[in-house]
Design a protein around this ligand. Structure first.
Ligand code: UGA
Length: 434
C-alpha cells in the first residue's frame, strides 16, 4: 500500500521504516529539514537499536522516502499522523499545535476515500474534533494509538502486543479493513486487535501510560515506607510480583520515571479530566507525579548527607543521563534532573552516558561531561547511578574503587549488588533498601 507518515520523531520515523520493511511504499514527512536529510540517507537522527538497519534497508529498496513537502502525501491511501504532543508551556495539558498543524496541512492533499490515522497520544475528544475537517474532503479518520517503548521501538512496532483501532462515521468497516491490510503481518500472527470508538481508543493509550506510571509510583511509595522501617523494597517487589495479578514487571523502585511520555501523559490526562468535569476521578495522578519527583530529591539528599550536608565543591560523578538505558533521550530525565540539582547545590558534577551526552549538553551546557566512564570516575567523592545502562550494572567495585577518591555509591536504580560493593569497602545506598 502507499502510506504517508507525518512527523518523523521517535514514533513516526520508526513507524515509517517498519511499514516499509513489511512491503509498503512509504513517504515520511517532517518540517525539520535536517531530520529529513538524515533519514533520507538512512541515518537515524536519534539512538534507537535496530532503527539504522531498518532505515537503510528501506531507503535502499526505494520503498522509503522522506520529504519536507506535504504535497508528497498526495496519492497515499493512508496517512499516519505521528507528530509530538508535548506538555503545554503554560500548563499541564497537551499542546496540540503540531497535530492541528499536521492535519490542516494535509487536508488539501487528501483524496476521496483516503484514511487519516492518528497515532499521536492525544486528549480524549481530539479525533471527534478533527473528523468533520477530514470528512469534508471525502476522507475518513481513525485513531490507532501506538504503544512502543523507546529502546524496543522497532520490535514493538513490528510485533505489537495489541492493535487498537478507534473508528467512527459511515466508513468504519472499510477503515477497519484498510488498517488490517496495513498491519497484515501482525494480523497474520494472531495479534489481538480491538476495534472501538474514538474516545475509547484515545483513552486506552493514556490510561495504559497512567497505569504504568502508577505502578512505578506505587513501588516508589513502598520504597519510602521501607526507608522508614528498615524493610527492603526490592524483596518486597519480588514477593508481591509472584502474584500473577500484580506481576513483577514495572515494579523497580528507584529514581522514578521520566521521558517524553509518562510524565507529560499523566499531567495531560489529569488536565483533560478537569476540563470534562471529572478531575477527581484521576486526582491520584497528581500524587503519582509527586511521589515520582520526590524520589529525585531523595537521591540528591543521599548524596548531600554523605557530605554531611555540604556538597559544595565536592566531586560527584553521575552515571547516566538518558531517561532509561538504550536511549539517548533526555526529555524529563530523572538522571539529568539529579545532575542539575546537585550542580545547583554547588557540587562539582561530572556526568557520563554512553549515548545521551549530546542531548544533555544542549539542554544543560553548564554541566561537565566526560564520555569515557573510567575517566569520568577519576577522583570522585561520590558516585550516583541514575540510568541502568548495562555497562554501569556490570561495573567492578574493586576497579572503580581504585579510580575514586571516596567510596560512596548511591544506586538510584537498585541495580547493583549491595553485598559485592560493600565487600570492597564501599558505602552503598539503594532506594528503599536498608
Ligand atoms: C512508555 C510506555 O511504556 C510505552 O508503552 C508507550 O508507548 C510510550 O511510553 C509512549 O507513550 O510513547 P517509554 O517512555 O519508552 O515508554 O519508557 P518506559 O519503558 O515506559 O519507561 C519510562 C520510565 O519509567 C523510565 O524512566 C524508566 O526508567 C522508568 N521505570 C520503568 C521505572 O522507574 N521503574 C520500572 O519498573 C520501569
Amino acid at each position: 500500500m502507499k502510506l504517508s507518515v507525518i512527523g518523523c520523531g521517535y514514533l513516526g520515523a520508526v513507524h515509517a521504516a517498519a511499514m516499509a520493511s513489511i512491503g509498503h511504499e512509504v513517504i515520511g514527512i517532517d518540517v525539520d529539514a535536517a531530520k529529513v536529510e538524515s533519514l533520507s540517507r538512512g541515518d537515524a537522527p536519534f539512538f534507537e537499536p535496530g532503527l539504522g538497519d531498518l532505515l537503510r534497508a528501506g531507503v535502499d529498496s526505494g520503498r522509503l522516502r522522506f520529504t519536507t513537502d506535504m504535497a508528497g502525501a498526495a496519492g497515499s491511501a493512508v496517512h499516519f499522523v505521528a507528530v509530538g504532543t508535548p506538555q503545554r508551556r503554560d500548563g499541564a495539558g497537551a499542546d496540540l499545535t503540531f497535530v492541528d498543524a499536521a492535519v490542516n496541512a494535509l487536508l488539501p492533499h487528501l483524496g476521496p476515500d483516503d484514511l487519516v490515522v492518528g497515532k499521536s497520544t492525544v486528549p480524549v475528544g481530539t479525533a471527534q474534533r478533527l473528523q468533520p475537517l477530514v470528512e469534508e474532503r471525502g476522507a475518513s479518520i481513525a485513531w490507532n494509538p501506538e504503544f512502543l517503548r523507546e529502546g524496543f521501538a522497532v520490535k514493538d512496532t513490528l510485533e505489537p502486543d495489541r492493535l487498537v483501532y478507534g473508528v467512527g462515521g459511515q466508513t468504519s468497516d472499510r477503515d477497519v479493513a484498510t488498517l488490517d491490510e496495513v498491519y497484515a503481518p501482525a494480523m497474520a500472527t494472531g495479534t489481538p486487535r480491538i476495534v472501538t470508538d474514538y474516545a475509547t481508543a484515545e483513552l486506552v493509550k493514556v490510561s495504559a501510560n497512567a497505569f504504568l506510571a502508577t505502578k512505578i509510583s506505587f513501588i516508589n511509595a513502598m520504597a519510602e515506607i521501607a526507608e522508614a522501617t528498615g524493610a527492603d523494597v526490592t524483596m518486597l517487589a519480588d514477593a508481591i510480583g509472584h502474584d500473577a495479578r500484580i506481576g513483577r514487571r514495572f515494579l523497580n523502585a528507584g529514581v522514578g520515571f521520566g521521558g517524553g511520555c509518562l510524565p507529560k501523559d499523566i499531567r495531560a490526562f489529569a488536565a483533560r479530566a478537569e476540563e470534562i468535569g471529572r478531575g477527581e476521578s484521576v486526582q491520584f495522578l497528581k500524587q503519582v507525579d509527586e511521589i515520582n519527583l520526590r524520589r529525585r530529591q531523595r537521591v540528591v539528599d543521599l548524596i548531600v548527607d554523605s557530605f554531611d550536608g555540604s556538597p559544595n565543591g565536592r566531586r560527584v560523578v553521575v552515571l547516566g543521563l538518558a531517561f532509561k538505558p538504550d536511549s539517548d533521550d533526555t526529555r524529563d530525565s530523572p538522571a539529568l534532573d539529579v545532575a542539575v540539582r546537585l550542580h545547583g547545590l554547588g557540587a562539582d558534577v561530572v556526568c557520563t552516558d554512553p549515548e545521551a551526552i549530546g542531548n544533555a549538553q544542549r539542554q544543560h551546557p553548564q554541566l561537565s561531561y566526560v564520555a569515557d566512564v573510567e575517566e569520568s570516575l577519576q577522583g570522585a567523592e561520590a558516585v550516583v547511578l541514575v540510568t541502568e545502562w548495562s555497562v554501569y550494572r556490570h561495573l567492578d567495585p574493586a576497579r572503580v574503587g581504585e579510580l575514586v577518591a571516596r567510596r560512596v555509591m548511591v544506586d538510584g536504580r537498585n541495580c547493583l549488588d549491595p553485598v559485592a560493593w560493600r565487600d570492597e569497602g564501599w558505602t552503598y545506598f539503594g532506594l528503599g533498601r536498608p
